[in-house]
Write a protein of this length. Structure first.
Length: 207
């Protein structure tokens, strides 16, 4: 009887120990599954954070690629600074035309006055040389070329500033009295060969 009771107790203890072990195993499996699920959640969280960081980096790169660089801005600013609109060009051309309408006539008058001054100086020199030749030779020169041949004009006859030639001078030939009963024909005066009208309204041939 006692043996049977002892055997029953041992069998109970074994059953209880098996139940405890099975509970421990179930508890360990539950903890392992819980730990694995937590690790998986953390890994998924880390992965989502990494993907968010990657998206931010890609958006920053796209913004940088779309944003104009300082080097690319310089040519645009440079081109704008050098560019002119049609209205600006028309205004500039109008101002130039207005200034030219005032400057060109004054320039032409200044050129004519300079040429007239040259003509007056040439006529004064020729008439002076004619008088010197007449006093030295006791007769007037027969032609203007004789003044050059006699050495009174070094370098030849001057060029008429209005005809552009030294062969268009108009010489006045008259009889010059050299004594009581003696007269010699020769050059007594010289004029320009141009028939243009001077600024004072007289022809240059009458100077």
């Amino acid at each position: 009887m006692e043996v049977a009771m002892g055997t029953g107790r041992e069998s109970r203890r074994k059953v209880e120990s098996r139940k405890v072990e099975s509970r421990k195993i179930e508890t360990g499996n539950w903890k392992l599954e819980t730990g694995n699920s937590k690790i998986g959640n953390r890994q998924s969280t880390v992965g989502s954070w990494q993907s968010a960081v990657g998206n931010r980096q890609s958006s920053i790169v796209n913004r940088q690629s779309l944003a104009p660089t300082p080097d690319s801005r310089l040519p645009t600013i440079h081109c704008r600074s050098l560019g002119f609109t049609l209205l600006e060009l028309m205004v500039v051309m109008t101002v130039i035309v207005i200034l030219a309408s005032f400057v060109v006539p004054n320039y032409r008058v200044a050129v004519v006055r300079a040429r007239e001054a040259v003509l007056r100086d040439d006529l004064f020199t020729l008439r002076k040389v004619i008088d010197e030749f007449t006093l030295d030779k006791q007769r007037p020169p027969s032609a203007l070329d004789e003044l050059v041949e006699a050495g009174y004009l070094h370098g030849g006859l001057p060029v008429d500033p209005f005809t552009g030639s030294n062969e268009t001078w108009r010489a006045d030939i008259e009889d010059v009295p050299m004594g009581p009963e003696q007269a010699t024909p020769g050059v007594v005066d010289v004029h320009s060969g141009s028939d243009e009208i001077s600024l004072d309204g007289t022809p240059y041939s009458s100077w």
